[in-house]
Write a protein that binds this ligand. Structure first.
Ligand code: OSB
Ligand code: MG
Length: 379
């Protein structure tokens, strides 16, 4: 990582392009707060010397997971991030210059991702190697959205178990929580199980949530508000089950706050939510040095974002299975090749080849694209 900071950004950027794509989901995906029927994603490509680096913004077109959206990210990238990048900057200088821009971590991660992919491709090495990591098999995990009825949920968990997913995450919300978890646990006594509430509860629900302590959950993710850390610390004292924060964590600073308050014992690191791969690795290192565990979350990304999540998990700090599941769960047609698949033991291989290692399918991008814009060159 120290070595990474001293590397220079690519010398002569020839083209920067943003493309917004919309890929239909195989089945709609529901959290406690919203249902998405397609994945709209802002992609960014940066071209230099015949190589193109790609980034995928994890923001949705709407503010139902985070305040950032595809359009706000596009605006921030074009008006504020790209103009800060100067010829001859090191990667470390690039990261530190972006600190003057407050928030907008998803926008920052998009540019950082494209830059890292490009830097790795220009050197002919895989992204994990540029990050100073060693290749390993990646654990899989599946996130099953809120279902209409408990039978559909049982079927979903059954399928996940047949595939040998390393853990199963169930979305929960008020009215679809304790009874549903109780039923699933009865049917699947041994499955590694956890629940994600996407902020559906308040401290008034603390006694209700405590009933989940009986079901041997690996953790409960983001039970309280998307913007809260403190109240999670009160809830964590009230529960045996580990809490995990997702939406509330945007940086290493937030992670330190959560740790020092005792707000959670586990962090769901989404590299796209915390400003990119570099910040994600800093958070992971801090957690491992401070008795917290981390895993890599997902945002139903296309194959581009999913590849970044795989490379990130080459880090030894990612000791829990994350939300990286097979492409075919989400899309019949992705914009990269090969698709993410599980081996017989439920592991995933990091794609081989320079950069993120996946082949970008230009025709598919064209087929699913909504808007395209050539952005002003930073230098
Ligand atoms: O809370 O982790 C979440 C998807 C969209 C928005 C928020 C979340 C999720 C997931 C799915 O849980 C993760 C995935 O399969 O990529
Ligand atoms: Mg979550």
């Amino acid at each position: 990582m120290e070595n990474l900071l001293s590397l220079e950004l690519p010398q002569k950027i020839e083209l920067v392009e943003s493309i917004t794509v919309s890929l239909p989901f195989v089945t709609p995906f529901s959290t406690s707060n919203y249902t998405w029927s397609c994945k709209e994603a802002l992609l960014l490509s940066i071209t230099c010397n015949g190589e193109t680096g790609w980034g995928e913004c994890v923001a949705d077109p709407d503010p139902y997971y985070s305040p950032e959206t595809t359009i706000s990210a596009h605006y921030i990238i074009k008006k504020f991030i790209l103009p800060q990048i100067k010829m001859g900057m090191t990667f470390g200088e690039f990261v530190s210059v972006l600190q003057s821009i407050r928030g907008n971590m998803m926008a920052k991660a998009t540019v950082e991702n494209a830059m890292l992919d490009l830097m790795a491709k220009l050197r002919g090495i895989p992204l994990y190697e540029l990050l100073g990591l060693k290749k390993k098999k990646i654990m899989s995990g599946i996130s099953i959205g809120i279902q209409n009825n408990i039978n559909d949920l049982i079927t979903g968990v059954e399928k996940a178990q047949e595939k040998n997913y390393h853990r199963v995450k169930l979305k929960i919300k008020k009215g679809k929580d304790v009874e549903w978890i109780r039923t699933i646990r009865k049917h699947f006594p041994d499955v590694r199980l956890m629940a994600d509430a996407n902020g559906d509860y308040t401290l008034d629900d603390a006694d209700h949530l405590r009933k989940l302590d009986e079901y041997n959950l690996m953790m409960i993710e983001q039970p309280l508000s998307y913007s809260d850390i403190y109240q999670h610390s009160l809830l964590q004292k009230h529960l045996k089950t580990d809490l995990c924060l997702d939406e509330s964590i945007h940086s290493l600073e937030d992670t330190k706050t959560a740790h020092n308050l005792g707000a959670c014992r586990i962090i769901n690191i989404k590299q796209g939510r915390v400003g990119g791969m570099y910040e994600a690795l800093r958070i992971a290192k801090y957690c491992s040095e401070n008795g917290m565990k981390v895993w890599s979350g997902g945002m139903d990304e296309t194959g581009i974002g999913r590849a970044f999540n795989l490379h990130l998990q080459a880090s030894e700090y990612f000791t829990l299975p994350g939300d990286t599941s097979e492409t075919l769960r989400y899309f019949n047609e992705d914009i990269v090749e090969p698709s993410v698949i599980l081996d017989d033991d439920g592991f995933i291989a990091i794609p081989d080849g320079p950069g993120i290692g996946t082949k970008i399918l230009a025709e598919r991008i064209k087929k699913f694209s909504l808007y395209r814009e050539v952005l002003p060159l930073p230098y």
